[in-house]
Write a protein that binds this ligand. Structure first.
Ligand code: XBP
Ligand code: MG
Length: 240
C-alpha cells in the first residue's frame, strides 16, 4: 500500500509485550507455569514451546487452544482456561510488583525523546488490563501514555486491527499521522490493517518472522552504546 508522505508525526502507538517490555519468556511464561502447577496440572511450557504458542494471542485463548489440543472438550477447556488465566494474571502481577519484568533497553529514552518533541504517546496491546496499567506505571511513570487500550477493551485480539483502530479513534488523529511500534508479525499485521505505518523492533522470539508490511525493521531500541532510536528515525519511518 502506498501512503502519502507525512508533514508531521503526531503520535506513536506502542505495543507492550515484547516491544516496551521483555514480558514473555521470563514474565508471562513462568506465570502460566505457576498457574498450571497451582491447579495440579502437569503442563509446563519451556522457552522454545512457549515461542511457538505465541501465535495464539491472548493468554486465555492460548491456554484454551493448548488444552483442546490435548483432548480437553470445548466447554471444559474454556472454563478451565479462564480459571488458569486468572491465576496466571495474579502471578504475573506479583512478578511486575517484584520488579522482575524489565523495560526493553533504550525504550525509556525513546519515550522521553518523543515526549520532549511533542509527539503524543499511546499503547495498543493484546495483554489484559489487570496487569498492563501496573506494568506501564511501574516502568515509565503514570503519565507517559495518553491512551492505553488493552485486549480486555476490544472484542477481538491482534491480528484483528480493532485495538489499533480504537486507539487512533481515541487520539482523534488521521492514521496517516501516526506510527505503530511492534515486535511481532501478528502485531505488525494488526497495525497495518488499521491503516498505520509500523516500525518493527524484533526480539529473540520474533526475529525470524515475516514483516513484509513493516515500514522499518530493527533489532533493538539501543545497542552497543549507540544512540537509541528516536524522533529522527520515527520521522524517517513516516516518510518511507
Ligand atoms: C501479547 C499477547 C498476550 C500476552 C499475555 O501480544 O498475546 O496474550 O502474551 O498476556 P501483543 P495476557 O504483544 O501482540 O499485544 O495473558 O494478559 O493475554
Ligand atoms: Mg508484542
Amino acid at each position: 500500500m502506498t501512503r502519502p508522505p507525512l508533514s508531521e508525526l503526531r503520535a506513536v502507538i506502542f505495543d507492550v509485550d515484547g516491544t516496551l517490555a521483555d514480558t514473555e519468556r521470563d514474565g508471562h511464561r513462568p506465570a502460566f507455569n505457576e498457574a498450571f502447577a497451582a491447579a495440579g496440572l502437569p503442563y509446563r511450557w519451556d522457552e522454545a514451546e512457549y515461542g511457538t504458542l505465541l501465535v495464539i494471542t491472548g493468554g486465555s485463548r492460548r491456554i484454551e487452544r493448548y488444552l483442546r489440543d490435548r483432548g480437553v472438550p470445548a466447554p471444559r477447556a474454556a472454563d478451565l482456561a479462564a480459571e488458569l488465566h486468572a491465576t496466571k494474571t495474579a502471578r504475573f502481577v506479583d512478578r511486575v510488583r517484584a520488579g522482575l519484568v524489565p523495560a526493553r533497553p533504550g525504550v525509556a529514552e525513546v519515550l522521553r525523546e518523543l515526549q520532549a518533541a511533542g509527539v503524543r504517546l499511546a499503547v495498543a496491546t493484546t495483554g489484559s488490563r489487570e496487569w498492563v496499567m501496573e506494568l506501564l506505571d511501574g516502568l515509565f511513570g503514570p503519565d507517559m501514555f495518553e491512551v492505553v487500550l488493552t485486549g480486555t477493551d476490544v472484542p477481538a485480539r491482534k491480528p484483528d486491527p480493532a485495538v489499533y483502530q480504537q486507539t487512533v479513534c481515541r487520539l482523534r488523529l488521521p492514521a496517516e499521522c501516526v506510527i505503530a511500534v511492534e515486535d511481532s508479525a501478528i502485531g505488525c499485521s494488526a497495525a497495518v490493517a488499521a491503516g498505520l505505518r509500523c516500525m518493527v523492533v524484533t526480539n529473540d522470539y520474533t526475529s525470524d518472522q515475516d514483516f513484509s508490511g513493516a515500514t522499518v525493521i530493527c533489532d533493538g531500541f539501543a545497542r552497543n552504546g549507540r544512540r537509541p532510536l528516536g524522533v529522527d528515525l520515527l520521522r524517517a519511518a513516516c516518510h518511507a
